[in-house]
Write a protein that binds this ligand. Structure first.
Ligand code: AMP
Ligand code: MG
Length: 339
């Protein structure tokens, strides 16, 4: 199969619609990362997405709809606070998990009785969703466990020859995946941190919980995606604590015969100091939004640049950095969490 990359035009949108209606998958841009989209009502299309990505079959998918789509067709209960959150943040990088009406393919939620729904704000995503006018399940368009894609080229690198069409909507401005927030209970609970922060949600509805899975008790976790190694570049990736970063990096450099194989990913303000050690630096950025936007691009660049990537713990920790740190730490962890 030939994989085509096309700009978003009326012609490419009708081609995409044809592929979707025929049960195929199309990669689409969103404001967070690129997604691998298929018809949420079609069992075979949903199974194909799991297959192409190599995604574990207990990690549910998010259904994407356009801003005019009638949510009540998909969800059983829509609490008043969820409406407020949608008014404040949707279309945008916020996914809400509702009690499901069970109308989409049973493979979407992997046996959970909930459904995650998002209304992306990216113009190209909206145009695509309006053209097809059905819910589209679209996990990040990367091979499972690999770094998420923020450009059409990243998608091509993972899926060349495996999918027919990538709609090119430029580089993703957000850079990390949506915040996933459960709205099945009395208060919203964040299952995965992202660009819409706990503080932003609290400012709208007064309260917001954060879910931490209890691995010990063997309970079924609320958001199975949190169990898996994710976002990992194809090079050894090591977390370095900020406080003794210089010493640790120097030790790595001294140990390696030629330090060509080592690169450091750090905040812009640390670049000067670390370059003095004589090691290549990748500039994560000078502010939080920049760090989120550059993160995946740099993790993919590291794959061709070095054998060992040393990730220096950023000093910035709050707001969207909660999501950035969550991704960075997962990229550095070597194993899936056993449960
Ligand atoms: P991805 O689309 O690859 O960024 O991953 C989607 C994320 O949403 C994963 O962490 C899933 O576990 C989570 N998710 C999707 N559907 C549900 C659901 N019904 N309940 C809880 N989490 C969900
Ligand atoms: Mg993903």
């Amino acid at each position: 199969m030939q994989t085509q990359i096309k700009n978003i035009t009326p012609e490419s949108l009708s081609e995409a619609k044809e592929i979707i209606e025929g049960g195929g998958v199309v990669a689409i841009p969103t404001e967070t990362v690129y997604g691998l989209g298929g018809n949420a009502f079609d069992d075979n299309a949903v199974k194909k997405i799991f297959e192409v990505k190599g995604r574990p079959n207990d990690n549910p998918l998010i259904a994407h709809v356009h801003s005019g789509y009638d949510l009540s067709a998909l969800v059983d209960y829509d609490p008043p606070y969820a409406k407020k959150l949608r008014e404040a943040f949707c279309p945008g990088p916020l996914t809400l998990v509702y009690p499901s009406k069970g109308k989409v393919s049973k493979y979407v939620s992997c046996g959970l009785n909930t459904l995650a729904v998002r209304i992306p704000s990216h113009e190209g995503a909206q145009a695509f969703l309006k053209t097809v006018d059905i819910p589209i399940v679209a996990p990040s368009a990367n091979l499972s466990r690999h770094v998420s894609p923020t450009s059409a080229k990243h998608v091509f690198d993972d899926f060349n020859g495996k999918i027919p069409l990538i709609l090119d909507g430029g580089e993703c401005a957000g850079g990390i995946e949506s915040t996933v927030c459960d709205v099945t209970g009395d208060i919203p609970v964040i299952l995965r941190p992202g660009l819409i922060t706990k503080e932003m949600i609290e400012a709208v509805v007064g309260v917001c919980g954060e879910y931490t899975p209890n691995f010990q008790k063997g309970e079924r976790v609320k958001s199975p995606g949190v169990l898996y190694k994710h976002y990992a570049p194809r090079c050894k990736t090591v977390w370095i604590e900020a406080k003794n970063a210089k010493n640790e990096i120097s030790a790595y450099v001294a140990e390696s015969l030629e330090n060509k194989g080592i690169a450091v990913l750090c905040e812009e303000k640390r670049i000067c100091e670390i370059e003095k050690i004589g090691v290549k630096c990748l500039n994560l950025g000078k502010n939080k939004a920049e760090m989120a936007m550059r993160l995946y691009k740099l993790l993919r660049e590291a794959e061709t640049l070095c054998d060992v990537l040393l990730v220096v713990e950023p000093e910035e920790k709050d707001g969207i950095m909660v999501g950035v740190l969550n991704r960075l730490k997962k990229a550095c962890s070597s194993e899936d969490i056993q449960h």
